[in-house]
Design a protein around this ligand. Structure first.
Ligand code: ADP
Length: 262
């Protein structure tokens, strides 16, 4: 695709050298298409609440001008829509920040027990709202892995938030950390399990895609952007970690993150 002329002095030879760089065109085109799709999806997702807000403003200035009950109801809807836009923008910013720094800073250890405890604390209000009880089952001993604490916090926050949102209302969610050398690859497994409606098998391979939401009642009623699991996947790739998803419809879902020991 491109040819660079490398000057003789810089390579220590008498004659000029040509270095040819070949790039797979179809791969470049695929990435361009993905980027264009992404921008189209993101714009659509932002436009939808904006159109709704704009419609309600018009109604409030016109037919509903002197109707206090309607005004209250419409203002509430508009506030919900701005919340939706804010969530979407936060998720888009997270994705773009991750893309701007493609490599992880080496050399930091993350204490998973402490990190996951603070995730559980931060989700206390959501769990209470949905009547969900979060249970912990942590292995003994040190539960540290190399990684970025803020990014791993975001991974477990997204997974636990989903378990609270899509799990059984009034049910329980378990968070387990199983450590050490027991498995085939040394590392730590964190599993977040809920006992809700689960995910139909055909959707499982697609739920980490950007904007993908399973079209079931719970996704329609729960707030979300469809970006959470794609952020999780992005962060885990940088940590050389794996995500495995197991689910039986009607019985719940279990998301296991395997973080390598180093
Ligand atoms: P969001 O929650 O913002 O919609 P995610 O990327 O986090 O986006 O999740 C994508 C979709 O996967 C959700 O909309 C939901 O349909 C499904 N999903 C995720 N976690 C669960 C779960 N624990 N149980 C059932 N469905 C889930």
């Amino acid at each position: 695709e491109r040819a660079y002329r490398v000057s003789a002095s810089s390579v220590g030879h008498a004659t000029d050298l040509f270095v040819l760089v070949f790039k797979d065109q179809s791969e470049t085109r695929r990435i361009d298409r993905m980027r264009a799709d992404f921008i189209a999806n993101a714009s659509h997702e932002l436009r939808t609440p904006l159109a709704s807000i704009s419609g309600f403003i018009e109604t409030l200035r016109g037919p509903a001008r002197n109707d206090p009950a309607a005004r209250e109801q419409f203002l509430q809807i508009m506030q919900n829509q701005t919340g939706r836009m804010a969530r979407l923008i936060d998720d888009l910013l997270s994705l773009s920040r991750l893309e701007m720094k493609p490599y992880l800073k080496p050399g930091t250890e993350v204490d998973l027990r402490q990190t996951i405890d603070s995730v559980i604390d931060s989700l206390g209000p959501l769990a209470r709202e949905n009547g969900v009880v979060i249970e912990r089952d942590y292995a003994e001993g040190p539960l540290d892995v190399p990684g970025d604490r803020d990014e791993l916090f975001q991974v477990f926050e997204n997974l636990l938030e989903n378990a609270c949102k899509y799990g059984q209302p009034g049910g329980r969610v378990t968070v387990s950390i199983a450590g050490g050398e027991a498995g085939p690859e040394p590392g730590i497994d964190v599993t977040i399990r809920d006992y809700g409606p689960g995910i139909p098998e055909e959707h499982i391979p697609r739920i980490t895609e950007r904007f993908y939401r399973v079209d079931v009642e719970s996704s329609r009623t729960q707030k979300g952007t469809g970006l959470g699991l794609s952020i999780v996947k992005h962060i885990l790739t940088r940590h050389n970690a794996r995500l495995s998803i197991k689910s039986e419809v009607g019985k719940g879902a279990a998301f296991t993150v395997h973080l390598p020991a180093g």
